[in-house]
Design a protein around this ligand. Sequence first.
Ligand code: PGA
Length: 220
Amino acid sequence: MKKIFIIANWKSNKTEREAIGWLQYLSSKMYDLPQNKSIIVCPSFTLLANMKSYILDNKLSISLGAQDISPFGEGQYTGEVNGGQIKEYVDYVIIGHSERRKYFLEDKAMIRKKVLMAKQSGLIPILCIQGESEEISQGAEIVVYEPSFAIGTGNPDTPEDANEVARIVKSKNNNVSVLYGGSVDVSNVKNFTQMNHLDGVLVGLSSLNPQEFLAVINNA
Ligand code: PGA
């Protein structure tokens, strides 16, 4: 059975209380999670410490990821969170999400630096790309195909298109897992995860409500 990654990208949502409530709900329901499904939750930095404690204390099979990383190491970079700091809490980091490109003007050079930093810090980069022609930074282990028209719009790409992008990305890069992201929900998740070149999904809106996210996991 192939391994399926299900990544929750919470974006700029949730207080600490809401985050722990979400984990409490999942921990009460997630006892028979199939071995082949790997769940990675990516909350805001402010939530990581308490979520990590909760996950460890309750032995939950959920991994944590960050949503961004500084392109620099330690030093005079006000407002940034560096790879070493992030690695204290998580194993994964999302890099190059289209919202970072759009609202924070991240370009290819910046994204490349961030992937490098993630690798140097022992983190697994989850690199978001818009299409198969985009350069995959060296070291990216998980790539998410996320066409911007599909993000938060309720208008996903077709599973066939996503599968073709994944096929091409894999043909050009050894050992990458390719996921799809963009309006994945309870009703369409299986259409993506059952495609032969796709290794999972990244879920935004449908990951915020724990009941809904659990249904996404179960249907994947
Ligand atoms: P969405 O977000 O599931 O809300 O479309 C996906 C994403 O973060 O890319």
